[in-house]
Design a protein around this ligand. Structure first.
Ligand code: PNW
Length: 455
């Protein structure tokens, strides 16, 4: 093992999950249907026709999962609340049984000395709201704020970090432009209002959380360095367009109250007033980092990018995406590029300067097709190398003057990887989906030692 990762002694170590990916128990506790229940039931949407109906059965096994985290020694656990457990139809009076579940989970965490970090919206929109237009309907932003207030009233005294939304870019692109995630819309650029309404919902939820007395509010937003396929002017222009669409369209309105040039025009009115809400001050900003993207002009024949999950864009795009050459890839085909994380963190500092609150890495992780070996262990050396390198990449950013406060590994346990189903395993803990048996992988032991040895 190389020397200790040089991070500050008060650096926060965490693990993360999301409700639909781990909970199962979709018909229990008065939970309403979500767009992911609907999407998974449609033939051909998910690898092998898999669903989150059972997932990791975390709804019933949460105490076992919290015990695993206590033994791991993490400071914080980032999880999401299933909106349809709290409001089965996405609005109106709260379902007490749903709130009770998260109340028990939060108590269990606090009892284990683990700080709860709550995402309110990690993609499982109540189906009833989708039936009214979902994120294409501006009203949904208001609904998110109402839901945020309900959760804050019940859990606010014990939650350490709040995130109203997770990865609005993936919801916009995969869910509404390309159709590979729920709700499966293939709108191309007509999906832009989905971005705006999520951001508006984020801002309104920030205000509702504050009104309910919550503090320490941020966001978890996916960001990817965009690298031109060549130095040609056409490739550089395509890269700038892509970079604005996937990164700055989501960060600029939150951190500086504007859309990047040209993008505001595609947004529904009245954008101007909304931007004041969207840029409601945050206590911190969370970056989910996986990999950089190579971008070329249309027809530049870059290698196809695995991040598009095989999607056929419904319209001609002003760019083509490719895979970074000459770097290792995970079993999911994603490029392993730790210095892309340093680059992303320093880019945020350079772009926003004093307007940038402290940063957290709210997700970083890798999928390998791990199996439990004959000795009963899971020897995931590559995952250890991945997290080690990405923590060092964070340390490099801190050395360069960026204020980064913590790192949440994605994920605590193997879980339902959306359209890819259960084949992709991101966990520090292996799950046998037949028996629900949890087996801590070698990466779990490594993370445990790293946390124990800090300071
Ligand atoms: C994130 N991309 O999704 C989500 O927040 C998690 O729920 C998910 O399990 C995890 O990352 C791993 O996929 C992403 O194509 C989906 O760049 C796609 C991309 C990035 C993140």
């Amino acid at each position: 093992m190389p020397d200790r990762v040089p991070l500050p002694s008060d650096f926060l170590y965490g693990v993360s999950t999301a409700s639909y990916q781990i909970e199962g128990a979709v018909d229990e506790g008065g939970r309403g249907r979500s767009i992911w229940d609907t999407f998974c039931a449609e033939p051909g949407r998910i690898m092998n026709g898999e669903t989150g109906d059972v997932a990791c059965d975390h709804f019933h096994r949460y105490a076992e999962d919290v015990a695993l985290m206590r033994e791991l020694g993490v400071d914080a656990y980032r999880f999401s609340i299933a909106w349809p457990r709290i409001q089965p139809t996405g609005q109106g009076v709260a379902n007490q049984s749903g709130l009770d579940f998260y109340d028990r989970l939060v108590d269990e965490l606090v009892g284990a000395g683990i700080k709860p970090a709550v995402t309110l919206y990690h993609w499982d929109l109540p189906q009833a709201l989708q039936d009214k237009g979902g994120w294409l309907n501006r009203e949904t932003a208001q609904r998110l704020a109402e839901y945020a207030g309900i959760v804050a009233d019940r859990l606010g005294d014990r939650v350490h970090l709040w995130m109203p939304i997770n990865e609005p870019v993936v919801v916009t692109m995969f869910g509404h432009a390309l159709g590979v995630h729920a709700p499966g819309e293939r709108l191309g650029f007509e999906a832009l209002p989905v971005a705006h309404h999520q951001l508006l919902g984020h801002g309104l939820a920030v205000q509702a959380l504050r009104a309910a007395g919550a503090t320490n509010i941020g966001i978890a937003s996916n960001h990817q360095p965009s690298r031109p396929a060549s130095e040609s002017a056409a490739d550089q222009e395509a890269t700038a367009t892509y970079d604005a669409l996937v990164n700055w369209m989501f960060a600029d309105p939150v951190l500086r109250g504007t859309y990047p040039n040209d993008i505001g025009d595609g947004m529904p009115g009245p954008v101007g007033d909304d931007l004041a809400v969207i840029s409601s001050p945050l206590d911190w900003y969370g970056i989910n980092y996986y990999q950089p993207t190579v971008v070329g002009a249309p027809g530049s024949a870059t290698a196809p990018s695995p991040t598009l999950e095989g999607a056929e864009p419904p319209v001609d795009l002003p760019f083509e995406l490719g895979q970074l050459a000459g770097v290792p890839t995970t079993d999911f085909g994603w490029a392993v590029v730790p210095d892309g994380l340093t680059e992303m963190l320093t880019t945020f500092r350079d772009r926003y300067g004093d307007a940038l609150p402290p940063l957290y890495v709210t997700e970083s992780g890798c999928s390998y097709h791990d199996v439990v070996g004959p000795d009963g262990g899971v020897h995931d050396q590559k995952r250890i190398a991945y997290h080690d390198a990405h923590l060092r990449a964070v340390a490099d950013a801190i050395d360069a003057g960026v204020d980064v406060r913590g790192y949440f590994a994605w994920s605590l346990i193997d879980n339902f990887e959306w359209a890819a189903g259960y084949a992709e395993r991101f966990g520090l803990v292996h799950v046998d989906f037949e028996t629900q048996r949890r087996t801590p992988k070698d990466s779990y032991r490594w993370f445990q030692e790293l946390i124990a040895a800090r300071g």
